[in-house]
Design a protein around this ligand. Structure first.
Ligand SMILES: [Ca+2]
Length: 562
């Protein structure tokens, strides 16, 4: 026990435990209380507590040490274990939110897709709660702004994906800002698409770690502020990393996941939880996939665009495998909520045209695009334009393999994550509802509500009110009103094959009235409609400045994850 008989001094110093053991106890992974208490006791006993720090008397016998010191310490350890268990149970989880671009709902193996192979997404599906009627916007930036604010994109000023109308109003409080207030570290990896001017960038809006491309996609440039680094490409892309440009090596999706994994590897050693927002630009146009991912489709006779689109999705799937493997290796799965979704319906340019064959399967059957029997693709306000996967997984906390069929939406993500984090939503901003009650108990009540979709994208300078009754949809649990002229019973006719607008005048009148009220409240919030087009592209300017002052350094991940 290290008691020194030569030490005759009586010491009054009584050190309960060195700081390291307290940190160690607090960071134990949640588990059963018995396991937890045992682990705490083992960790305490392993420390140097019993070595010579405390000698109230000049006693050397083991029995007296036990009597005066070890037993009380064990009692203290048990008390610590119980109280630390309470703390741990309340400790908010890490959050990893993966959002893919233009994938939509269909191209996931478990969604009945006839030929795409997504083993890792399938595994996530099997381990998750699935929200089977999760609705977003028809296009990119609007959905992203709803995720960041918990309210409809048009209330964020987002009525387009370009022309300054993709900029999320600076009045909004963002999800990462709320998570930061709750003690989270927040990182974004990939696509932001809510403003390329300095004040609109994610580093100014709650993200501590920012590893992004500009515009709405790698290499994009429009006659306004919305633009990525000039002539950027999917392979060896230029990435803006905390404000400075770097050149990465490899395919864009691999790069964004690698950067996220690097960051999580560092953050897991900190006491604070993390929020990793992994927003791939894939499988958005241009449809370019790594050779290994597109080969199978080329051999099946696919065109270049389709081989690229589906190849990019299978590459995303490989990266989901890397992500899940590392979270498991780090033993973070019971302390991390993993979410997978897409930002809008499947993109027709990549997925192929309905009813047109793209090749031949090994069994000789024609390869047709698959949209899960939904009408509509990206850009439309039909179900197929806005319904995407939502898989939510938290091992040891929520049941796996469940389907929740209530109509849920992008605006529900912020209140969900805010509740998990123990943060507070700004009540005058958030329109969505937390999904946590449903995740805890799928039978929790879920009141019906109206969800509004508008395609936006009217010509810049036009009066939005002129477009109020065009290209919009209203959805509740039972019906979808489309373009003000079609009504579909989504329970009996999810594929929208039969217009029943004349059979339900009251449903239609109520939907129109609710939509009109919503529009009247929303119109004044469309703050970008008269914004002048920026004459400069901030990413181009900053890139050129950096080229002129030292150049673009190479970036490589520190962590190699095959
Ligand atoms: Ca998109």
């Amino acid at each position: 026990m290290g008691t020194s008989s030569s030490n005759r001094q009586r010491q009054a110093k009584f050190v309960l435990a060195p700081p390291a053991i307290w940190r160690s106890i607090v960071r134990l992974q949640p588990r059963s209380e018995h396991e937890y208490a045992l682990e705490v006791i083992i960790r305490v006993l392993r420390t140097d507590l019993f070595t010579p720090t405390v000698h109230l008397y000049d006693e050397t016998s083991m029995s007296k040490q036990l009597r005066y010191f070890v037993f009380p310490l064990i009692l203290i350890a048990i008390a610590v274990a119980v109280s630390a268990t309470d703390v741990s149970a309340k400790a908010p989880p890490n959050i990893v939110l993966v959002i893919t671009d233009d994938q939509g709902y269909g191209p996931v193996g478990r969604h009945g897709h006839p030929w795409i192979q997504t083993p890792h997404l399938d595994e996530l599906y099997d381990s998750s709660t699935r929200f089977t009627r999760f609705l977003v916007c028809p296009t990119c930036a609007p959905t992203r702004s709803a995720l960041m604010t918990g309210r409809h994109p048009m209330r964020n000023g987002v009525t387009h994906t370009i022309y300054e109308r993709e900029r999320m109003t600076l009045d909004a409080t963002t999800l990462p800002q709320l998570l930061q207030q709750a003690g989270y570290a927040c990182g974004i990896f990939g696509k932001w698409h809510l403003g390329d001017e300095c004040h609109y960038q994610p580093g100014q809006r709650g993200f501590d770690e920012v590893f992004i491309h500009g515009g709405g996609g790698i290499g994009q440039a429009y006659p306004c502020s919305c633009a990525d680094a000039p002539d950027n490409t999917y392979f060896d892309p230029i990435v803006r990393y905390n404000g400075k440009f770097v050149r990465a090596s490899g395919f864009c999706t691999d790069v964004f996941f690698s950067a996220a994994l690097d960051w999580m590897a560092k953050e897991r050693d900190n006491d604070r939880p993390f929020f990793a927002y992994i927003a791939t630009n894939a499988p958005h146009f241009p449809f370019l996939a790594p050779e290994a991912s597109r080969q199978r489709f080329e051999q099946l006779g696919f065109g270049k665009a389709q081989a690229g689109f589906y190849g990019m999705i299978e590459n995303i799937d490989e990266n989901m495998g890397r992500l899940m493997r590392m979270l498991s290796e780090w033993q973070l799965m019971d302390n991390t909520v993993v979410i997978f979704m897409s930002d809008n319906g499947m993109a027709g340019g990549g997925s192929g045209k309905p009813d047109l064959t793209m090749g031949t399967a090994p069994d000789g059957s024609p390869l047709l695009p698959y949209n899960a029997e939904m009408k509509g693709l990206k850009g439309t306000v039909d179900e197929g334009g806005v319904r995407v996967p939502l898989f939510v997984r938290w091992d040891g906390h929520w049941d796996s393999g469940r389907d929740i069929d209530h109509v849920t939406a992008h605006i529900d993500i912020l209140p969900t994550l805010v509740e998990l984090a123990g943060a507070t939503s700004p009540s005058d901003q958030v329109e969505g509802r937390s999904l946590v009650p449903l995740l805890k108990d799928a039978k929790s009540p879920w009141d019906d509500r109206y969800l509004f979709t508008h395609q936006g994208r009217w010509k810049t300078g036009a009066e939005p009110n002129d477009f109020q009754w065009r290209n919009f949809a209203v959805r509740n649990a039972g019906f979808r009103l489309v373009h003000n002229t079609e009504l579909y019973d989504m329970r009996t006719d999810p594929g929208q094959t039969r217009n029943v607008i004349d059979e339900h005048p009251k449903v239609v009148a109520d939907m129109r009235a609710a939509y009109d009220r919503w529009w009247q409240e929303t119109r004044p919030m469309m703050v970008n409609e008269t914004a002048p087009m920026s004459k400069v592209r901030p990413f181009h300017v900053a890139y050129q400045e950096q080229l002129d002052n030292g150049g673009i350094p190479e970036w490589r991940p520190e962590l190699v994850v095959e």
